[in-house]
Design a protein around this ligand. Structure first.
Ligand code: CA
Length: 226
């Protein structure tokens, strides 16, 4: 079970979140104010924090700062309104992601899993796929040492697959993983188009792809290359 901390002063939201996330096998600690949250962080092994920015006792940004000073914990912050300044500030301070209230639990869980996956693999920072290299720190993709220009969405799709090289991704799963980052609406048909575009950029031979393989009738997976 992944230990997480939910920091939220609205009891109803806290209770609801805790219930949903426990169903998803997260080990949930909770706090209703900044002080308690920082205290828990200092005492417990926590992998991810869901942090409401509007807390009764402290500014959420200060809470984030104190947590980051104590340990390298992943943080997804919750904002009440889509305030760009807050979002930029939060991300600049080292938060991994944010979500705007009201949100769907499914979306939150998908983001939490993405953050946890990303940070788990961060120890290496580089993913090699044959002559293609993904640099997670700079979010750059190189082919034979040359920059490959991927759109944010193409990068996210490639990363989703590359982070789990042994896993077959159904088209549905890929769509679920990317739906929160794309500004354009991606459906099943456009996913095919995106995969084609990514292949054109990274494969040696688009007609015989070796990096992104099609699993007939199911979806896609990363080929066994190293
Ligand atoms: Ca609040």
């Amino acid at each position: 079970m992944v230990p997480i901390l939910i920091v939220e002063d609205e009891e109803a939201i806290l209770t609801g979140l805790k219930y949903c996330l426990e169903q998803e096998n997260f080990l949930c600690y909770s706090a209703t104010c900044g002080r308690d949250a920082i205290d828990i962080i200092s005492r417990k092994e926590i992998d991810l924090v869901l942090l409401d920015l509007n807390l009764p006792d402290m500014n959420g940004f200060s809470v984030m700062e104190e947590m980051k000073n104590q340990k390298d914990v992943s943080i997804i912050f919750l904002t009440a309104n889509l305030e760009e300044v807050s979002i930029v500030k939060g991300l600049d301070m080292g938060a991994d992601d944010y979500i705007t209230k009201p949100f769907k639990t499914r979306e939150l869980i998908s983001r939490m899993k993405a953050v946890l996956r990303r940070n788990q693999k961060n120890a290496t920072n580089l993913i090699h796929l044959g002559n293609v290299l993904i640099d997670l720190n700079s979010a750059k993709v190189l082919k034979n040492g040359h920059d490959v220009m991927l759109t944010a969405l193409e990068y996210k799709i490639l990363l989703t697959l590359a982070m789990n090289p042994n896993m077959v991704f159904t088209r549905e799963k890929i769509l679920a993983d990317i739906w929160d980052v794309n500004e354009e609406y991606v459906n099943d048909n456009t996913l095919t188009v995106y995969i084609k575009r990514i292949r054109e950029k990274i494969e040696d031979d688009v007609n015989h792809p070796k990096i992104i393989l099609t699993v007939r009738g199911v979806g896609y997976k990363i080929g066994e290359i190293s």
